[in-house]
Design a protein around this ligand. Sequence first.
Ligand SMILES: [Fe+2]
Ligand SMILES: [Fe+2]
Length: 190
Amino acid sequence: MARYKEFHHLLRDRLPEEKVSHCVFVAEYAASLAEKIDVDHDAAVTAGLLHDLCRTEADEDLLRRARGYGLQVSDAASEVPLLLHGPVAAEECRRDLNIPSDSVYEAIYWHTTGRPDLDRLGQLLFLADFSEPTRRFPEAAQARALVRNEGFDAALHFVCEKKLAFQQSKTVVDPNLQAFLIWLRKAYPR
Ligand SMILES: [Fe+2]
Ligand SMILES: [Fe+2]
């Protein structure tokens, strides 16, 4: 039986209301698109609900836990430890919540940056995180319109391009995001 209630309680213990709401909207939006791209509904909801479990952890906690779990801490992540909130959450889902799915692990791990060869569940979470219906920036609505009008792959390209442009306007660009976009253009040409 699905464990959504348990996960929702956990989110409410760990995150402020606005972040809990974001997780629920990501789960719902991802679930609404799952069938279109052959993703398991339960996996989409689970990954959506739990992806930001560690989103409000302090920088030093994220770094300490990432190192404790033996995760790779890139230069970008050392500078911006928030980049570790996905990887640390993925580890906790596996270790503490007994979620054995590698696909859910990978989706949560990479939800911020993506990576080459990310599977459809990971792509779905990456897109839904950016464009769930309560996101306020205009690109979120544009991405949802693209899903409706041109399909999932066109919207995924758009989201990846926008995220990269956003990072480039800041100080740190995660190389995984760049690699993800290059891979997407080859794997799903437009
Ligand atoms: Fe996140
Ligand atoms: Fe998120």
